[in-house]
Design a protein around this ligand. Structure first.
Ligand SMILES: N[C@@H](CCC(=O)N[C@@H](CS)C(=O)NCC(=O)O)C(=O)O
Length: 210
């Protein structure tokens, strides 16, 4: 197996955190998306969407999506469970993980991709040009992040972790969303004390530096 990764990119970090929580190591091939290596024809053959991460299996199968990679690892290495032990847990964790991606990672992505000069003409991940930045999406991304923080603060008021009493993939995705938004200087609002408490505890896990 090989993991096509980029140390500075948020979605590959989700997979690295997941692997670290499982204690699994996979040889890594670095694809520097800042140098546009994801658009090289050899890489596009592995993932026509030209994004990282990609997990290449020994039979040549390529899994080009972070949650799909985590699902594959979860089946091979069920302990500790990060995607739920039974039908109820699996559904609750998936609900929160999808919310974290759609409301958090995507909001932060909207904000960062439409603001940072390095994404000029590349408003959509995996497309080399033709998608100009839309400045109005920066403000909208900020508003979406404020909404994310508000919802997460309410959820974390009653729960140790995002999807309940146990650490799960939903915590990884939520943590990555906040780390991503920091690149546009959007941080946890002062009133979101429950998010701050949870963020501090996730930051202290060894996987946070993966
Ligand atoms: N849904 C995909 C999204 C992957 C994605 O957007 N990856 C970004 C890095 S975080 C990327 O490869 N960007 C390439 C680009 O900016 O062209 C996943 O979860 O793996």
């Amino acid at each position: 197996m090989k993991l096509y990764d980029f140390a500075l990119a948020p979605n590959p970090r989700r997979v690295r955190m997941f692997l670290a929580e499982k204690g699994v190591t996979i040889p890594v091939v670095e694809v520097n998306t800042r140098q546009k290596e994801q658009f090289a024809p050899e890489f596009a053959k592995l993932n026509p969407f030209c994004t990282v991460p990609v997990l290449e299996l020994d039979d040549g199968t390529c899994i080009g999506d972070s949650v799909a990679i985590c699902r594959y690892i979860e089946v091979l290495h069920p302990e500790p469970p990060l995607m739920g032990r039974d039908a109820r847990e699996q559904a609750i964790i998936e609900m929160w993980d999808r919310r974290a991606e759609l409301e958090g990672v995507n909001a932060a992505g909207e904000l960062v991709r439409n603001a940072a000069p390095m994404f000029e003409g590349r408003g959509i991940a995996g497309v080399p040009d033709g998608f100009p930045q839309i400045p109005a999406l920066v403000d909208r991304g900020k508003k979406r992040m404020a909404r994310f923080f508000d919802f997460w603060n309410r959820q974390l008021a009653d729960n140790a972790f995002v999807a309940g009493p146990d650490f799960s993939i939903a915590d990884i995705t939520s943590f990555i969303a906040i780390e991503f938004a920091k690149r546009a200087e959007v941080t946890i609002p002062a009133q979101c004390k429950h998010v701050a408490r949870w963020y501090e505890s996730v930051s202290q896990r060894p996987s946070a530096s993966a």
